[in-house]
Design a protein around this ligand. Structure first.
Ligand SMILES: C[S@@+](CC[C@H](N)C(=O)[O-])C[C@H]1O[C@@H](n2cnc3c(N)ncnc32)[C@H](O)[C@@H]1O
Length: 242
């Protein structure tokens, strides 16, 4: 049974509520607040829209959950392709277009496992890759393959904004694969943490170094990595310009 937010203590120091995604892959945070990574993605879109105009900038949201940040990116003038295993966003997209928050045709939803992503699922030469709190649901090598497919499809000079479950989050501290190298980490968090965070699938936890390696191995440069107060790993990076 889904628990209502009021039945749960706040999840973290930000006061986020327990708003589980449909399929046990964590809690939707983007619909509750924006962080620096969210703002970075919107700023990257806004800068390009200023140069080229709205509708000429494309963004991809991998594991967008309820779609809140896809809507923000569309509001900033991007055409957004969001990919998620579960459809929790289409209704929100329709409302955003109906209410005039987002332009018609600016929000596309693809229901798919992102491990099976094909290059032509996303626009050729897209500008901004955004993915918050999702890439850790696949093993490291799969994450690398997904990111490589997207990297190859991205415009030169494109920007990525990605976050993953942290090695030093409260669930990371008791995570059974904690001491394995990142390539071998893929396990359930402990039962109490599964219940608290709504994470009922295996995950990888990342250190700052693991995330830097993931992005550098994919081909990105200018990789900047930070750790949130909660302990999640946040990164921005660029595809080299031509
Ligand atoms: C913790 S939620 C994050 C949602 C939103 N990005 C946020 O930050 O609030 C993780 C999302 O990633 C999606 N997801 C996880 N693994 C996936 C996969 N292999 N393919 C597609 N979507 C996936 C889940 O369905 C879920 O919506």
């Amino acid at each position: 049974m889904k628990k209502e937010p009021s039945q749960h203590e706040p999840l973290n120091a930000y006061g986020d509520s327990f708003t589980p995604t449909d399929d046990g892959r964590g809690v939707d945070i983007s619909s509750q607040r924006q962080d620096e990574l969210d703002k970075g993605a919107v700023a990257a879109i806004a800068a390009r829209v200023q140069e080229r105009g709205a509708g000429a900038v494309a963004a991809v949201d991998l594991g967008g959950g309820f779609g809140a940040h896809s809507i923000r990116m569309a509001q900033a003038g991007a055409k957004v392709t969001m990919i998620d295993l579960a459809d929790m966003a289409q209704e929100n997209f329709a409302k955003a277009v109906e209410s005039g928050m987002a332009a018609a045709g600016s929000l596309e939803f693809i229901q798919k496992d992102f491990s099976a992503i094909a290059a032509d699922d996303v626009p050729e030469g897209f500008d901004v890759l955004y993915s918050q709190r999702a890439i850790h649901y696949v093993p490291y090598q799969e994450a690398k393959a997904v990111l490589r497919t997207l990297f190859n499809r991205m415009a030169a000079g494109g920007e990525a904004f990605i976050s993953a479950a942290g090695w030093d989050t409260e669930y990371g501290k008791t995570y059974p694969d904690r001491d394995k190298p990142v390539e071998e980490r893929f396990a359930y968090v402990t039962q109490d943490m599964q219940e608290k965070h709504g994470i009922t699938h295996k995950i990888v936890t990342y250190t700052e170094q693991d995330m830097a390696k993931l992005l550098a191995d994919t081909g990105f440069e200018d990789v900047q990595v930070t750790r949130s107060t909660f302990g999640n790993i946040k990164a921005s990076a660029k595809k080299p310009a031509l």
